[in-house]
Design a protein around this ligand. Structure first.
Ligand code: ADP
Ligand code: MG
Length: 323
């Protein structure tokens, strides 16, 4: 392990490191017209499919989405969302894709409390609404109805715009503007496509750890370290978090290998780099850094790549390090 005293720069991951990593769902924006008669049924099925897909992932976004799905549909712990199959794909920094059998969807539909009243109030309370560009009064728009949920299998693709493009899902300019509008509020936005059609976008927002601002100030002021933020999240959300914690040196929308390459470039320019991260996508960066510091909540692969593992998840502890 490198001598920590010789470090020049400390790099932080965003989600779960500077933020609590427990985002909450702030918006579910429907991007297709749904027939009025089948509206509640369609939304219920859509929400269940999203829950089943995200139950396969342990990304902080996925955990917040499954928690939200269970809560709004009154599903208890016994109602297993996980579908045992190997038709699940996860791409760090981008999103997930899976195939869900109709029988699994229907089992869960039958478990949803028949007393749940899908009233206007329920939709408002749970932050579900049409995207701002959808005009529900517009006549003769093709509408999705229950036949959309009659296929034998559903290919559910969830992730950011880049992930949608990689999966050949079509994106229109209205959708991209809605995405941008929510990102400007500092939210993390991702999209849900079913059988190749984007049916909604979801935004989540995370809160900054209260000690982060002072910890970063101290690292700069007392240790003379440069501080940088590297994240897979969108640039607008990254800037918003950066402003809150006092980091101006920000690189966003990075894949795991981009984070690692950024560190390599800094090292090639003669800098000694510490990296603090928690997600599975931080493992290559932690391994590349002169000093890799994993937040213990992180996945096993991250912990194995780190030199130091911090079990007390309070980033203020860095100011007690002998940098
Ligand atoms: P960070 O660097 O902030 O920890 P990640 O690299 O883990 O972020 O993720 C980057 C982006 O990829 C997320 O902001 C999200 O848009 C998308 N993404 C990754 N995993 C998922 C998932 N399970 N569900 C939805 N979106 C995801
Ligand atoms: Mg992370």
């Amino acid at each position: 392990m490198e001598q920590a005293q010789n470090l020049d720069i400390i790099i932080f991951d965003k989600t779960g490191t500077l933020t609590h990593g427990k985002p909450s769902v702030t918006n579910v924006k429907l991007t297709e017209y749904f027939s009025q008669t089948a509206f509640s049924d369609c939304v219920k099925k859509l929400i269940i499919l999203i829950g089943i897909a995200e139950a396969n992932s342990d990304h902080p976004i996925a955990l917040s989405v499954t928690k939200y799905v269970r809560k709004i549909l009154n599903l208890d712990e016994d109602a297993s969302l996980v579908q045992m199959n190997n038709k699940f794909k996860l791409e760090a920094g981008l999103g997930i894709a899976c195939l869900i059998e109709r029988s699994h969807l229907e089992t869960l539909v039958s478990l949803v409390d028949s007393n749940t009243n899908f009233s206007t109030e329920w939709f408002c309370k749970n932050n579900i609404s049409y995207a701002s560009y959808i005009d529900v009064q517009a006549p003769n728009k093709p509408k999705l109805d229950d036949s959309f949920f009659q296929s034998n299998e559903f290919k559910v693709t969830i992730g950011n715009l880049r992930w949608m493009k990689n999966n050949g899902v079509e994106l229109n300019s209205d959708l991209q503007q809605e995405n941008e509008r929510l990102e400007l509020l500092g939210e993390t936005v991702f999209h849900v496509a079913i059988n190749g059609k984007i049916v909604c976008l979801i935004s989540v927002s995370d809160t900054v750890k209260p000690e982060a601002l002072l910890a970063i100030y101290s690292l700069k002021k007392f240790y003379g370290l440069e501080v940088m933020l590297l994240t897979g999240d969108n640039v607008r959300s990254a800037m918003s978090i950066g402003r809150q914690v006092g980091i101006h040196n920000i690189y966003a929308e990075l894949l795991p290998q981009h984070k690692m390459n950024k560190i390599k470039n800094l090292q090639e320019s003669g800098m000694r780099v510490a990296m603090v991260g928690d997600g599975i996508n931080d493992a290559p960066a932690l391994a590349q850094a002169n000093l890799g510091i994993a937040i213990a909540k992180g996945t096993d692969i991250t912990i194995e790549s780190a030199n130091i593992v911090i079990t007390k998840v309070n980033i203020f502890c860095f100011i007690n390090f002998k940098f």
